[in-house]
Design a protein around this ligand. Structure first.
Ligand code: FAD
Length: 344
C-alpha cells in the first residue's frame, strides 16, 4: 500500500481513536462472529496503538459485557434497557450513534449477519460515513494515515477489492462470520465496563415487536462444529441422505459444493465457499468435492479436514489433514457404521 496517501489532504480526525466492535446477541447469547471480530480488532488496535472496545446492547446482557472482556476487549460499553430486549433498527442505531458521538472510535466493526448489515447500514447513512460490507480481510495502514483497509470479493467474486474511507469517520465495515479467529476465552482477562444510558422515549420507536417465530429446519453452517459436505461426486440428490446420516451420528450438519447446489440436489443455504458461507468448524468432511479454490476459501479455516475422493490427485487433498482415496459410496457408510458402534 502506498504511503503517499498520508500526504494527501485529509480532514483532521485526531479526535477519533480506538477500534469498536458491536457485539451481536440474541436471547442473551452472543453470535460467535462478535468474538471473532474482537480477535481481529485487537490486531488492528495494536497496530494503531489504541484500545479495542466492545459495545453490548440488549436487556439482561450484563454477562455478555464481562464475556467481551474474556474475549479480548479492553473496554466494554454496556447499554441495558427493556426496550432493547429485541433487535429493532431505530433504538439500536440510536445507541450506537450516541456512542460514536461520545467515544469517537476511528473504526467500527459489525458481523455481516442480517442484524449487523441492517444496523451498520442505518448508521452509515445517518452519520454519514463509508461502510464496506461483507469484508473477508481487514488491515490498517500505520499512523499517520491510520486508514482501514477493508477487502472483499468484487466483480462477481473474480477479484479482491480493498476499500478505503478517507474523508469520513468512523471507518466502518461488516465482516463475514467464520473468517477471523477469536482469541481463546480467558476469564481472568477483565475489561473496564462502562454502563451507558438509553436515551430514547419509547414513543419515538416506530416499530413494535409482537412475536418472534423461529424458522425451523434451517441449518446454521457458520456456527456448526462438524460439517459433512458433499459435492458433484455424489451424482444426485439421494446420496445426501447418506451424508445426513453421518452428520446426525456425529451431531453435525450437511454442507455442499456449488456444483451440488447448482444441480438442484440440495438448497443454497448448505453451500460452502466464495458465493456460499465461510465456515470454521472443528471437523469438515469434504466428500466427492474436488477442492476448487472457490470452495476451499470457504472451508480452509476448518480445524481438521477429512477428504474422501476417488481421485488421488484431487486438489482437496492439499487441504486435508486426513485423506481417504476411494469410492465414497463404500467409505461413508463404513464410517457411519463405525461411529454408531462407538457411540453404543
Ligand atoms: P467437481 O469439481 O466436479 O468434483 C467432484 C469430485 O468428486 C471429483 O474430484 C471426483 O474425483 C470426485 N468423485 C466422483 N465420484 C466419486 C466417488 N464415487 N467417490 C469419491 N469421489 C468421487 N464452488 C463452491 O463449492 N462454492 C462456492 O461458493 C463457489 N463459488 C463460485 C463462484 C464463482 C464466481 C465461480 C466461477 C465458481 C464458484 N464455485 C463455487 C464453483 C467451483 O469453481 C467448482 O466448480 C465447484 O466447487 C466444484 O464442485 P465439486 O467439487 O463438487 O465438483
Amino acid at each position: 500500500m502506498s504511503t503517499e496517501r498520508a500526504e494527501e489532504q485529509m480532514p483532521d480526525w485526531s479526535a477519533y481513536r480506538g477500534v469498536l466492535i458491536v457485539v451481536e446477541q440474541r436471547d442473551g447469547e452472543a453470535k460467535p462472529v462478535s468474538w471473532q471480530l474482537l480477535g481481529e480488532g485487537k490486531k488492528l488496535a495494536a497496530k494503531l496503538d489504541v484500545p479495542v472496545k466492545a459495545l453490548v446492547i440488549g436487556h439482561g446482557v450484563g454477562h455478555l459485557a464481562r464475556e467481551a472482556g474474556y474475549y479480548g476487549a479492553d473496554h466494554v460499553y454496556w447499554c441495558d434497557h427493556p426496550e432493547l430486549a429485541n433487535y429493532r433498527t431505530r433504538p439500536y442505531s440510536r445507541v450506537v450513534l450516541q456512542l460514536i458521538e461520545d467515544a469517537k472510535p476511528e473504526i467500527v466493526l459489525f458481523g455481516a449477519t442480517a442484524t449487523g448489515r441492517d444496523l451498520a447500514g442505518a448508521i452509515a447513512t445517518h452519520l454519514p460515513t463509508g461502510l464496506t460490507a461483507d469484508t473477508t480481510e481487514l488491515d490498517v495502514e500505520p499512523p499517520p494515515s491510520r486508514l482501514l483497509l477493508a477487502s472483499r470479493p468484487a466483480f462477481s467474486e473474480k477479484m479482491m477489492a480493498t476499500i478505503l474511507c478517507k474523508q469520513y469517520r468512523p471507518q466502518m465495515a461488516t465482516a463475514r462470520a467464520g473468517v477471523f479467529q477469536s482469541l481463546p476465552r480467558n476469564d481472568s482477562r477483565e475489561a473496564a465496563i462502562e454502563e451507558i444510558a438509553f436515551r430514547m422515549e419509547p414513543a419515538d420507536i416506530a416499530a413494535e415487536v409482537l412475536d418472534f417465530v423461529r424458522e425451523t429446519g434451517r441449518i446454521n453452517l457458520e456456527e456448526a462444529d462438524i460439517i459433512v459436505a458433499g459435492g458433484r461426486g455424489l451424482g444426485g440428490p439421494e446420496p445426501f441422505a447418506m451424508l445426513r446420516e453421518l452428520a446426525d451420528t456425529l451431531g453435525g450438519v450437511v454442507g455442499a459444493s456449488r456444483a451440488a447446489v447448482d444441480a438442484g440436489w440440495i438448497k443454497h443455504e448448505h453451500q460452502v465457499g466464495q458465493t456460499g458461507q465461510t465456515v470454521r468448524p472443528k471437523l469438515y468432511f469434504a466428500i466427492g468435492i474436488s477442492g476448487a479454490v472457490q470452495h476451499t476459501v470457504g472451508m480452509s479455516n476448518s480445524e481438521v479436514v477429512v477428504a474422501i475422493n476417488k481421485d488421488a490427485e484431487a486438489p482437496i487433498f492439499q487441504f486435508a489433514h486426513y485423506g481417504i482415496v476411494g469410492d465414497l459410496f463404500k467409505i461413508v457408510p463404513a464410517i457411519t457404521e463405525e461411529m454408531k458402534r462407538r457411540k453404543q
